[in-house]
Every structure is written in C-alpha cells, then in structure tokens.
Design a binder for this molecule. Structure first.
Ligand code: ZN
Length: 394
C-alpha cells in the first residue's frame, strides 16, 4: 500500500544552493525536452501516420549526456532525477493525447516557469533519521533538518523536494508498507449507503442530512488577496517593491490553499470511515453544466472546482485504505428529481419544493438522497448480473 507523507525542510544556506541547482536542472531538462518534442511534432505532423518517426523515451534518455556536455552545470544535479523529468514529460504527453481522444479539455504540457512552485523527484536511495530529525538528500545536498512527527515503516519509493512560491522547502515521501489494501466491505442496505452531492453552492450535502458549507474564512482571505493583488499591479515591473509584493500575494494564496486542504482532508476523512459512499461522476457533471448558465470565472468558482476534484481524489484513496466502497453514479437529473415521488422540478432555489407531492427539503439533501438511491440500484443491478452469470455457467 502506497502512502504519501509531507514534511517541512529546514536547509542551511549552502544546502539551499544545492537544492536550487537540482530544481533548476530539473526544470531546464524538462523544458529542453518539451521544446524538442514540439519541434519534432512540427516536423512530422504533415506526414502519414506510418511514416512519422518520433523518438521513444529510451532514445530521449540517450540525449541527456549530449545536453550535459553543453551545459556542464547540470552535472551537479541528481542525474536519476533528471531522467525522471523526461519520464514525467512523456507521461504528460500521453495524458494529453488520451484526453484528446476522450474529447476532454486536452491541456498541452506547459513549460515550467521558475516563478511557480518548483519540485523534483529523487528516487529511492534516501535515508531518514527520525531521532535526529534529519533526512539525507542525494548528491551534495546531504543531511537536511526536517520536522517529522512520525515515519511509517516501509520501503521509501520516491522523494519529492518542493519549494513553494513563498520560499519554503518541503519533502514528500512515498512509502510502500508492503501491506495489501483491505478487502472492500460487503455493500450494506440502502440506508447505510451515504449519498454525497458535491456542488459549488454548498460544498457537500449527504443523504444523512448533513450539509457542509464552503468555509466562511475564505471570504475574508479573498478580500485580503484581492487587496494584495491590486497593490501588486501598481508596482513597477522589475522593481524591488514588486518582488516584495509578489511574496505577499503568494503568502495569501498559500494561506487559502492550506486552509482549503485542511478542510477537504477532514471532510474526506469523515466520509471514508462510512461503510459505503456514493458520489456523482464529476467529469460527466462538468460536461452537463458546460455552456449552460452564466460562466462566472471568479475566485469562488475556482475554489470549488479544484476543491471538488481534490476531494474526490482523496476520497478515492482513503476509501481504498479503509476498505470502504465508493460508488460512482450518473449525475443526470439528480438535482431536479424529487426523491420521494420522482417528479422533475426546478432546482434553482436553495429549498427544493416538489410541485407534485409537496416535498420540501434542502436542495443538496434531495440530490444526495437521489445519488444514494441510484447507487443502490447500481448495486442491485450488479448482483443480478452476477446471479445471471452464475446461472449461465452452471
Ligand atoms: Zn415529489
């Protein structure tokens, strides 16, 4: 079972220099190969598919020594980490083509900017010393002070060193404890399935009647962020004051992100301990809302999109850890359908009112019950299918 653990690093000035060389080299190699792939594509795109010859990952790896000869400084970085950058790039490429095929928003791999958060992945041979709160990083970085509260026993698979836009250093360890994931619990009765409606008005609503609202603190932080951003726009480009103000903006962003993460973690923790959780397929839901209604691209909307995606990701791995079933349902009409009589009504108001049977309840609560019911139908359908297959086999 793989799990990730993030700790703050406290490098010395000398170590910061060494870490920065690794980060810069990683970025440099990634960007070099991205540029290479773009040029390669331009040269072959008009050819027939069978005549297109592009370099494989293996061929690309062989180019590293060539680049190193011209840019000696990258020799100081962890070479395995640089090879990993190419692997990452190729994976990003593959994902791009996969999304194109599926008709999703493709998102072509981007050049890495030195102004954004920086990270590099080092592979295994890393040592951690919990007693002395130190961690050994490759090449000439050495033992770096690291605040670790606990260390899960297991094999260290990889380690990511990260510098945030606010200049803090973190390390993320990927640990394999060699344990198998627990078996999924049998699906309980309908009432024990927790349907979860995720939406941008409130954060979540469950079929148990809980409504978790988008955190309030966000509004206060948003004001502060806007003020800081306005101030930044008035600063002269390239000036020292602008640089300072950039840090202020980055800190505001960081504060919001940290609070958001804590909030999402506690929500996903809570739900992953249930027996069975049902959510809607977010990608379908997104496609359905696309183009309809106003396209408000404000910060609050941005918050919800990333938050919901991250929430779903956490729910997926946490339910796997707990052996909880996670069912994914089709979102069609779940918000408009009346959970007690099945009539379709308008769901624009916060309180859902059914014009047929006069049911009245919170809009999210209504959707969550529908999601639970749909999930249960899925389960029953599957059981029926298994029975049929059994019957045919015997
Ligand atoms: Zn009704």
């Amino acid at each position: 079972m793989h799990s990730g653990h993030k700790y703050r690093l406290y490098p010395t000035t000398k170590q910061i220099k060494a870490i920065e060389v690794n980060l810069s080299a990683g970025r440099f190699v990634y960007n070099w190969f991205l540029d290479y792939k773009i040029k390669e594509w331009k040269s072959v795109k008009n050819l027939k598919k069978s005549q297109r010859k592009t370099k494989s990952l293996f061929d690309l790896m062989k180019l590293i020594p060539v680049i190193r000869k011209e840019n000696m400084w990258i020799a100081e970085a962890d070479q395995r980490a640089l090879a990993y950058e190419i692997r990452n790039l190729m994976a990003a490429y593959k994902n791009f083509f996969r999304r194109c095929k599926l008709g999703e928003k493709p998102g072509f791999p981007k050049f890495k900017s030195k102004y954004r958060e920086q990270s590099i992945i080092h592979s295994a041979s890393i040592h951690a010393d919990l007693k002395n709160q130190k961690i050994k990083l490759p090449k000439n970085i050495g033992w770096v002070k690291c605040k670790m509260d606990r260390l899960k026993p297991g094999k260290l698979k990889s380690i990511t060193v990260r510098r945030t836009t606010t200049g803090k250093y973190f390390v993320s360890l990927l640990i394999d404890d060699d344990q198998k994931l627990p078996l999924k619990a049998p699906i309980p009765s309908k009432n024990e399935i927790v349907g979860v409606d995720m939406n941008i008005h409130v954060f979540l609503a469950t079929s148990e009647g809980n409504v978790i609202e988008n955190p309030r603190y966000y509004d206060a932080n948003k004001k502060r962020l806007r003020r800081a951003q306005r101030k930044l726009s008035r600063r002269v480009k390239g000036s020292k004051n602008r640089k300072k103000q950039k840090l202020v903006v980055a800190r505001q962003h960081e504060k919001i992100a940290n609070k958001r993460n804590n909030f999402i973690h506690s929500a996903s923790n809570l739900l992953s301990k249930k027996q069975c959780v049902a959510i809607e397929d977010l990608s379908i839901k997104k496609m359905m809302t696309k183009g309809s209604g106003k396209k408000k691209k404000n910060i609050a909307k941005g918050f919800s999109d990333t938050a919901l995606g991250e929430f779903k990701r956490q729910l997926q791995y946490k339910t796997d850890w707990q052996g909880t079933n996670l069912l994914v349902t089709n979102p069609e009409n779940t918000n408009k359908k009346c959970n007690s009589c099945g009539a379709i009504n308008n769901a624009a108001a916060e309180v859902y009112t059914c014009s047929t049977c006069a049911t009245e309840l919170h809009r999210g609560y209504n959707s969550a019950i529908n999601i639970r019911n749909l999930a249960y139908e899925l389960v029953i359908g599957n059981m029926y299918l298994v029975l049929c297959l059994d019957f045919l086999e015997n």
